[in-house]
Design a protein around this ligand. Structure first.
Ligand code: B1M
Length: 209
């Protein structure tokens, strides 16, 4: 019942009501990852409705706001590690792409796995990934997110620029985002691809082990 409520409030973009609903689900003993899965599934419904012209960008945006409010309540229940002990990671959504919910979830799980994350935000130009590494040469991993098929080329260009950098052998490159596949990651020369935030954190730990 409360999971259904969480789902409804995300799809309807009820940012003010969602924290209470998420808290209610937690109080009922529903595990935080299960609540998060419900929220992600709700965003998929939003995406489908957008694709079918049943809703438009503003509705997608208010659902995104609701999702963010819900994640704030879940965060302490999902993330728990000692931040920084595994080293530094740089994360950003590639140029031309404004989607950040997935990136933020990946950051949350990676921080929880013990990394200190430098979040470059969204619409990050290639040069910014490079200059941030050069300012932080102790960085172990650079992570790039892309949510649009139209920004897959920007992901490819970002990874190509990192691959051409003189310090390439000192850092690992992770990529992800809904349209990205292992095959694409291999093609563009990334070190790792993962489909979701939990597996991203696991893979990050393996990469620096
Ligand atoms: Co946009 N959007 N959107 N959108 N949006 C999608 C992505 C879309 C699939 C919707 C659809 O048509 N069904 C579609 C893309 C189609 C395509 O490319 N084939 C789309 C479109 C078309 C657009 C616009 C072009 C619409 C327009 O303007 N006409 C526009 C583009 C703007 C731009 O970026 N330049 C646009 C805008 C927006 C909003 C700004 C309104 C808003 C984003 C708000 C925000 O992020 N702050 C938005 C939203 C909310 C969505 C949907 C509905 C939800 C995205 C989301 O947050 N998902 C989305 C439909 C969908 O995803 N089902 C859609 C939940 C999130 C947890 O999942 O981001 O996949 P995800 O992240 C996952 C994994 O991918 C992975 O882990 C995460 C957690 O498990 N992952 C990584 C992500 N990064 C990773 C990095 C890693 C590893 C794993 O390693 C480094």
């Amino acid at each position: 019942m409360s999971l259904q409520n969480v789902n409804d409030l995300i799809t309807r973009g009820k940012a003010k009501l969602i924290p209470g609903a998420v808290q209610e689900a937690l109080d009922e003993g529903i595990a935080a990852p299960e609540i998060l899965d419900t929220m992600i599934a709700a965003m998929d419904v939003v995406g489908e409705k957008f694709k079918n012209n049943e809703i438009f960008v503003p509705e997608m945006l208010i659902s995104a706001k609701a999702m963010k409010k819900g994640v704030e309540v879940l965060k302490p229940h999902l993330a728990s590690g000692a931040v920084g002990s595994m080293g530094k990671m740089i994360m950003g959504t590639v140029a031309g792409d404004l989607h950040d919910i997935g990136k933020n979830l990946v950051i949350m799980m990676i921080e929880s796995a013990g990394f200190e994350v430098i979040d470059l935000g969204v619409d990050v130009p290639v040069e910014k990934f490079l200059s941030t590494y050069e300012e932080n040469p102790d960085t172990k991993i650079i992570g790039c997110s892309a949510l649009l098929t139209t920004t897959m080329p920007a992901l490819e260009q970002t990874v190509a620029a990192i691959n051409a950098a003189p310090w390439r052998s000192k850092v690992k490159v992770m990529v992800g985002g809904a349209p990205i596949t292992q095959e694409f990651a291999d093609k563009i020369g990334a070190d790792a691809y993962t489909p979701d935030a939990a597996s991203a954190a696991k893979r990050a730990k393996e990469l620096v082990a």
